[in-house]
Design a protein around this ligand. Structure first.
Ligand SMILES: C[S@@+](CC[C@H](N)C(=O)[O-])C[C@H]1O[C@@H](n2cnc3c(N)ncnc32)[C@H](O)[C@@H]1O
Length: 226
């Protein structure tokens, strides 16, 4: 006779007590200054996660997010309930489309703006998404992409996702002038062991060069934590 195993209520209760203790000591969100600026992934794990990341799509539109990014970001969106999302780096539009769909599924409205130097890469499904405004421009001149007159009209809280990796200090210092307490800034690809070139995780024969600390150092300068 097959035996059925169930978790006792006592064990679930003690698990929840342990979780509560864990999270009171190690909360979900911590300020940048309190973060440990290193990761736990080995190079091999990172390369394997990139393998998946470069094949990830949403409704058939490629997006450059790995499984960790997607689960963390959806929770951030739920917790923050941003009224404005500013994405720097649209690529095919997959991440903007994903954000629009997630926000809609969560039942709140958000104005989504996505900036890229080359909008010819956008997939039609992403381009046609009515909830996303695409702005073509060079973030080296961020004040032209996102002029003051526009930024001042965008309701808070903001969720900003920096995923272009160009003019990081200039971009962050410019946007900081318009940000308010409660806004959230996500800066992608600061892990020094990430592969430098797109595709290196997928095609290891191309060789692997680590990204290095440059972007993280730029973020530290912008946040004045050096
Ligand atoms: C990593 S991809 C963005 C990926 C996208 N956020 C996603 O998750 O699918 C970086 C994008 O930055 C854009 N880019 C590169 N240089 C730029 C610049 N100077 N100004 C604006 N966009 C730029 C590229 O065209 C590219 O689409």
């Amino acid at each position: 006779m097959a035996s059925t195993q169930t978790l006792s209520t006592d064990r679930i209760d003690s698990f929840e007590v342990a979780l509560g203790k864990h999270f009171s000591e190690k909360p979900r969100y911590v300020p940048f200054k309190d973060r440990r600026l290193s990761g736990d992934m080995t190079v091999e794990t990172m390369l394997n996660s990139c393998h998946g990341k470069y094949m990830t799509s949403w409704r058939g539109v490629p997006l450059m997010k790995d499984c960790f990014d997607l689960i963390i970001t959806q929770q951030l969106l739920w917790d923050l309930k941003p009224q404005t999302v500013i994405e720097l780096g649209a690529y095919k539009g997959g991440s903007a489309l994903w954000t629009a769909d997630i926000v809609k599924a969560f039942g709140f409205k958000s104005r989504i703006i996505s900036v890229d130097i080359n909008m010819s890469m956008l997939c039609p499904l992403a381009r046609e998404c009515p909830d996303v405004t695409y702005i073509e421009g060079d973030v080296s001149e961020i004040e032209k992409c996102l002029p003051e007159e526009l930024l001042k009209t965008l309701p808070h809280p903001w969720f900003i996702n920096e995923d272009v990796h160009v003019n990081v200090v200039g971009v962050l210092e410019y946007l900081d002038k318009f940000m308010e307490s409660g806004d959230y800034l996500l800066i992608e690809d600061t892990n020094p062991i990430k592969p430098t070139k797109l595709g290196q995780g997928l095609i290891k024969s191309l060789g692997y060069d680590p990204l290095g600390n440059e972007k993280l150092e730029q973020v530290k300068i912008s946040l004045d934590t050096t």
